[in-house]
Write a protein that binds this ligand. Structure first.
Ligand SMILES: NC(=O)c1ccc[n+]([C@@H]2O[C@H](COP(=O)([O-])OP(=O)(O)OC[C@H]3O[C@@H](n4cnc5c(N)ncnc54)[C@H](O)[C@@H]3O)[C@@H](O)[C@H]2O)c1
Length: 321
C-alpha cells in the first residue's frame, strides 16, 4: 500500500496515520500532505512529509504518483472559517478536491480515493430522519463546497476515472486539544474544557439534538471505506457514516454522573446566533441501515464515548489547574 493523506497534520489525519500503521504491515509509504509541517516523531520511516498547498496545481505530482494506491482527502477549511473566508474555502474545499481527483485520473484510475465530507451538506427544511436519498440543501459555504465535492467524487467514480467515494462525517466528539474554527467546536468544548479545569460556553439551545461520532469510530469507518470492495459500492458513491444522537444537556448530565457535579458548573449558556444558525440547520438523525449492513460502525452511546475519552485524557479537579 502506498498512501497519501491530505490534511495529514490535522486532527483526524494524525489519528488515521497512527491507525493505518498499526493495522497494515503491507504499507510501503504514507505521504502526509499538509501546508503545515507535521510532527513525524511518533511514526516510523514509512511516513514522509510533503509540505505543500493542495490548491497549487504545480504541487500535484509530489502528492500522488503511479505507485499511489490510496488517497485519503482530509484537508479542509472547516465550517466557521469557510463562512468567514469564502475564497479560501472555495479553493481548499472545492478546487483542490478536483485537482486531486484529476491527478489520480492521470496517474492511476484504480486509486481508492476517500473524500471526507460532512453532515453540513444538509440544511433547510429537513425530515426528522435523513435517508440516503435526502437532498442536500446546505446552509453554509462549507456545506456547499463539500456537496459540490461529493458530486465530483461521484462522477469521477461513475466514469471509472478514479475509484472514489465520499464519507459524510458526523460531528466528531470528543475532540481532544483546543477549540478550532468549526461551528461545532463547542460540541467537544462543553465537555473537554470543564474536564481540563477550564470554562466553556454552549452557544446553542442545550436541548438541540446533535449527530455525533467519537474520533475512534470515525477513523475505523474511514479505513473501512478505503477497503470496501468496489462491487459493494453501488450507485451513488456517498455514504452517511453512522452516528448517535445526543443533546448538549444530555452530554453535560453524563459528565455530571461519570466525572462529578463540579464540572457542569464550568459551562455557561450564552447563545451565539451565528453558530446556532449553522449548527441548528444540520441533521439530527440518519437512517444508517445501508451503511451498517456494509460493515460501518456506530458508537454505543454518549456515556461510552465519554468513558473512552476519560480513559485517555487526564481530568483536572480544580479550576485552571
Ligand atoms: N472534526 C469534525 O468534527 C469533522 C466533521 C465533519 C467533517 N470533517 C472533515 O474531516 C476532515 C478532517 O477534519 P479535521 O478535524 O482533522 O480538520 P483539521 O482542521 O484538524 O485538519 C485539516 C488539515 O488540513 C490542512 N490544510 C488546510 N488547507 C490546506 C491546504 N491548502 N493545503 C494543505 N493542507 C491544508 C490543515 O493545515 C490541517 O492540518 C475535513 O475534511 C473536515 O471537513 C471533520
Amino acid at each position: 500500500m502506498n498512501i497519501t493523506i491530505t490534511g495529514g497534520a490535522g486532527f483526524l489525519g494524525a489519528m488515521l496515520t497512527h491507525a493505518l500503521l498499526h493495522r497494515y504491515k503491507e504499507i510501503a509509504q504514507i505521504r502526509i500532505v499538509d501546508r503545515v509541517e507535521p510532527d513525524l516523531s511518533p511514526y516510523d520511516s514509512r511516513v514522509t512529509a510533503v509540505v505543500a498547498d493542495i490548491t497549487n496545481p504545480a504541487e500535484m505530482d509530489r502528492l500522488i504518483d503511479a505507485r499511489t494506491t490510496h488517497v485519503f482527502h482530509l484537508a479542509a477549511i472547516v465550517s466557521s472559517h469557510a463562512e468567514e473566508d469564502f475564497d479560501l474555502g472555495m479553493k481548499v474545499n472545492l478546487l483542490a478536491t478536483q485537482l486531486l481527483l484529476e491527478r489520480c485520473r492521470q496517474v492511476n484510475p484504480s486509486i481508492r480515493f476517500v473524500f471526507s465530507s460532512s453532515l453540513a451538506v444538509f440544511g433547510g427544511e429537513l425530515p426528522a430522519l435523513i435517508e440516503p436519498m435526502t437532498a442536500t440543501q446546505p446552509s453554509s459555504s462549507y456545506g456547499t463546497q463539500k456537496a459540490v465535492g461529493e458530486l465530483l467524487v461521484n462522477d469521477y467514480g461513475r466514469k471509472g476515472f478514479v475509484d472514489a467515494l465520499t464519507v459524510r462525517l458526523p460531528t466528531i466528539c470528543i475532540r481532544p486539544g483546543t477549540p478550532n474554527k468549526a461551528a461545532s467546536s463547542f460540541v467537544s468544548g462543553i465537555i473537554r474544557e470543564p474536564l481540563k479545569g477550564e470554562r466553556s460556553n454552549c452557544p446553542v439551545d442545550p436541548s438541540l439534538p446533535l449527530w455525533i461520532s467519537s474520533p475512534e469510530t470515525v477513523i475505523e469507518n474511514i479505513i473501512h471505506a478505503s477497503q470496501l470492495p468496489a462491487d459493494q459500492i453501488q450507485g451513488y458513491r456517498t455514504l452517511n457514516l453512522p452516528g448517535i444522537q445526543v443533546t448538549p444537556a444530555e452530554m453535560i448530565t453524563a459528565m455530571t454522573h461519570i466525572a462529578g457535579e463540579k464540572f457542569a458548573q464550568r459551562v455557561s449558556f450564552e447563545t451565539d446566533e451565528a453558530v446556532s444558525s449553522i449548527v441548528s440547520s444540520w441533521p439530527k438523525a440518519f437512517n444508517n441501515a445501508a451503511e451498517l449492513s456494509l460493515g460501518f460502525q456506530a458508537d454505543k452511546d454518549f456515556r461510552t464515548v465519554l468513558e473512552g475519552y476519560l480513559a485517555k485524557y487526564p481530568v483536572c479537579e480544580e479550576e485552571a489547574c
